[in-house]
Design a protein around this ligand. Structure first.
Ligand code: C5P
Length: 416
């Protein structure tokens, strides 16, 4: 089910030539399962008739603030409360100015002030008007208030000018509104995610660890919870807040993480994501007292930690989907695919940690999704965004039954 399914969207149409494009936008939004109600300013009605937008939205178009019959049906406050998203498109320079000033002298501006829903404004105007300092200041005011400004696009304008000021295409407006709503595709699913580093003690004051920030795993947990999953985050020591709706289990060592995972994986667990940077080795002996400096060298004897994700993948209650990460500095695809097979994973999310702008500690990441069907690069984006994309992919895989046969194609794209 898409992000806009069962969402209520108000479109406030103001008087610009691009008003005709709203017909297509309504069609797209309704196609995604959204309910749409339209408010038209007087100017908008000169460009497109209320009857057109009424036919497409399936509801009478609202035009007047003080209309007794309309108020008896759905009054302006009720209308404002009904909305899950409030879009003004096209928003003329005047509409932008009036929204910035907080005016409430017609139905559109009044409802925009009265709505608790997120406000989206898609400006459309002559490029000179768009570039005018007054418009820029109004847009800045709206942005500062948390209004989502969509576009405008640049190009040839109805008046013959060329420049910024064209209404963003309906499909792109739909995408921006859609991205605002989490996909509830993991409703009823249980997800366990590991995140952050582990710490392997050497003595009471020292430990072996790594630079993992935990940001990716925390973003994944947030995205999973937003998607409606019961989300358990097994976290190593990191300085991050627990995302809303996520149950956090704090651990320090790989051994503790292993134990926590085994406790949390049971028959109702659908998805496991191992994003933790688990220490491969731990000290064979954890010295009970601080190790003293004696001599020029110190030999530490290290022993292997359990490979947690491998254990999860072969456990009796194996989740339907097991996703691992592979941080590599060379031969990304070969190493990641080898890891996928060796660990018994369905998916490996591979990233090249030799690059400074992605991976450990950075806020952005660029990864390759690798599964039995081949691989696909997910371009550089914020970890938050990437997490949403990855969770959306996981939910798609979970809901598709045809993915269960784990055939590796003879030749994958990346081998060329
Ligand atoms: O082998 P490598 O450490 O590169 O594998 C990375 C993947 O394996 C990650 O998903 C990581 O969370 C998981 N892993 C694990 N337990 C370990 C080592 C890695 O779960 N001991």
């Amino acid at each position: 089910m898409g992000h806009l399914h069962n969402r209520n969207i108000i479109i406030g149409v103001t008087g610009g030539i691009a008003a005709y494009k709203i017909a297509e936008l309504i069609r797209l939004l309704r196609g995604d399962g959204a309910a749409v109600r339209v408010i038209m300013s007087r100017g908008a009605q000169a460009f497109v008739t209320p009857l057109t937008l009424q036919s497409l939205s399936g509801h009478p178009v609202h035009t007047e603030l003080l209309d007794e019959t309309a108020e008896m049906g759905m009054g302006h406050i009720e209308l404002a409360r009904w909305a899950d998203a409030f879009l003004v498109a096209p928003a003329t320079a005047d509409a932008v100015a009036r929204l910035a000033a907080g005016r409430a002298d017609d139905l559109l501006t009044t409802a925009a002030l009265a709505t608790p829903a997120p406000l989206f404004v898609a400006p459309a105007m002559n490029q000179q008007m768009w570039n005018n300092a007054a418009t820029s200041a109004n847009i800045q005011t709206l942005t500062n208030r948390g209004v989502n400004i969509i576009g405008p696009d640049a190009g040839e304008q109805a008046c013959g000018d060329v420049g910024a000021g064209r209404l963003t295409e309906p499909a792109d407006i739909r995408a921006e509104i859609s991205a605002h709503f989490p996909n509830r595709a993991l409703e009823g699913k249980r997800v366990v995610i590991t995140a952050g580093p582990t710490r392997e003690p050497l003595d009471p004051v020292r430990y072996l660890s790594n630079h993992s920030s935990g940001k990716m795993g925390f973003a994944l947990a947030q995205a999973a919870a937003e998607a409606g999953a019961e989300t358990i985050l097994i976290a190593g020591p990191v300085m991050l807040d627990t995302p809303d709706g996520v149950t956090r289990v704090n651990i320090e060592t790989a051994g503790q993480m292993h134990e926590a995972c085994m406790e949390q994986i049971h028959e109702s667990t659908d998805l496991f994501v191992g994003s933790a940077a688990v220490a491969d080795y731990r000290a064979e002996f954890n010295a009970p007292q601080k190790i003293k400096k004696v001599g020029d060298t110190l030999n530490l004897s290290l022993i292997r930690n359990p490979d947690i994700i491998t254990e999860v993948a072969k456990s009796t209650h194996r989740p339907s989907l097991v996703v691992g990460f592979a941080a590599e500095t060379e031969h990304l695809m070969e190493h990641a695919e080898a890891k996928r097979v060796a660990k018994g994973l369905d998916v490996v999310v591979a990233n090249d940690v030799s690059r400074a702008d992605i991976g450990f500690n950075s806020d952005t990441n660029m990864v390759t999704w690798l599964d039995n069907a081949g691989h696909e690069v997910i371009p550089l984006t914020t970890k938050q965004n990437l997490a949403r994309l990855l969770i959306a992919r996981c939910s798609k895989r979970l809901s598709s039954t045809s993915d269960s046969d784990d055939k590796i194609p003879a030749k994958m794209e990346g081998d060329r």
